[in-house]
Design a protein around this ligand. Structure first.
Ligand code: HMG
Ligand code: MG
Length: 300
């Protein structure tokens, strides 16, 4: 069990956070968001997705955004790629790290990437082969690990088998996504425990959406189980266009506040993160979903 004090935050706000926003943000706002995030001390900042613009219109400007962000040495800027076409476009734009994504439930995968789980893995193989040859790191996402909007319950064994397969194929880290935010702490912990029997805990990240207000509790349970990588989105933005009703990711500000309060380290400057979250909420013209940012900006 990892008893280290350091938790790496994978900031997904510029991708998961924005992909579901109906109002199209101009590329310069996205670039400014990522540049601000880069100055907070975050070490992993997911920047965008090289997916079909028809499927995710908000991220149609992936190339322009990726080319123009300031790449801070020591910070990784992974991007989502669903297939070889996405991988090639990401590489042409200069990406050094990519993420492939599939799910533990067939119905969700069909809605999200128009493929069965098995077919999605077949599509990823050439991406992983090219990435290996190019020295590019690949992260693997498994969605619907605690419930599916179409199928309902998802057997833990299905999560374990997809996570194990992605790891065997060469993904250095597997992000376990509660896409619709239905999980509760004991379930989250049991699911993580089961996956960690097949994928080493240091290669696992947890990714909670906060639809039912359970995300921080779930993260705490998973920290107790030994996980030390957590995905979150500044200002709690987000949601998957193919998971109706699912709200944003857990807010990065709230995760960092909790971790620092527990005496754990993240390397992230909370004040700068809160300022970025408040700025983003203003750009989106909607209240922040981060409780910490709400509290700090109300009393400022
Ligand atoms: P398809 O329609 O089955 O694909 O979509 P296709 O191969 O038949 O291609 C159709 C068109 O898309 C063609 O263009 C291709 O060129 C184009 P046309 O000839 O019609 O003009 N195309 C592409 N364009 C740009 N980039 C590409 C690309 N590939 C094909 N890479 C596809 C299949 C996978 C492309 C589509 O379903 C797609 O892009 N899906 C993306 C969905 C998505 O991004 N969802 C959100 C991310 S996942 C998530 O949020 C969950 C996560 O946060 C974890 C969690 O919370 O659980 C990660
Ligand atoms: Mg997500």
């Amino acid at each position: 069990m990892d008893t280290s004090n350091f938790v790496r935050i994978v900031e997904v706000g510029a991708r998961d956070g924005l992909q579901n926003e109906k109002t199209l943000l101009p590329p310069d706002v996205k670039i400014a968001l990522i540049d601000r995030l880069s100055s907070t001390g975050l070490k992993t900042i997911e920047a965008t997705s090289f997916v079909s613009a028809r499927w995710v219109p908000q991220l149609a400007d992936a190339e322009e955004v990726f080319r123009n962000i300031r790449k801070v040495p020591g910070v990784s800027y992974p991007v989502l790629v669903p297939n070889e076409q996405g991988y090639r476009a990401a590489r042409a734009a200069g990406a050094e790290e990519v993420s492939v994504f599939t799910a533990a439930s067939e119905a969700f995968n069909r809605a999200n990437i128009n493929a069965t789980i098995a077919d999605s893995l077949v599509r990823f193989q050439p991406v992983l082969d090219s990435a290996k040859a190019d020295g590019v790191k690949v992260r693997g996402y498994v969605s619907t690990v605690l419930g599916c909007p179409y199928q309902g319950d998802v057997p833990v064994a299905d999560v374990v088998s997809v996570a194990k397969r992605l790891h065997e194929m060469g993904c250095y880290e597997i992000s376990l996504g509660d896409t619709i935010g239905v999980g509760t702490p004991a379930k989250a912990r049991a699911m993580l425990h089961a996956v960690s029997q097949e994928v080493p805990m240091h290669a696992i990240s947890v990714h909670f959406h906060d639809t039912y207000g359970q995300a921080l509790a779930n993260i705490l349970a998973c920290l107790e189980e030994g996980v030390r990588v957590v995905d979150s989105a500044v200002s709690g933005t987000g949601g998957c266009p193919y998971a109706k009703g699912a709200t944003g990711n857990v807010a990065s500000e709230d995760v960092v506040y909790m971790l620092h309060g527990m005496g754990m380290q993240t390397g992230v400057n909370l004040d700068l993160l809160v300022a970025t979250g408040a700025w983003l909420a203003a750009q989106l013209n909607k209240p922040t979903a981060s409780r910490v940012t709400k509290a700090r900006t109300a009393s400022a």
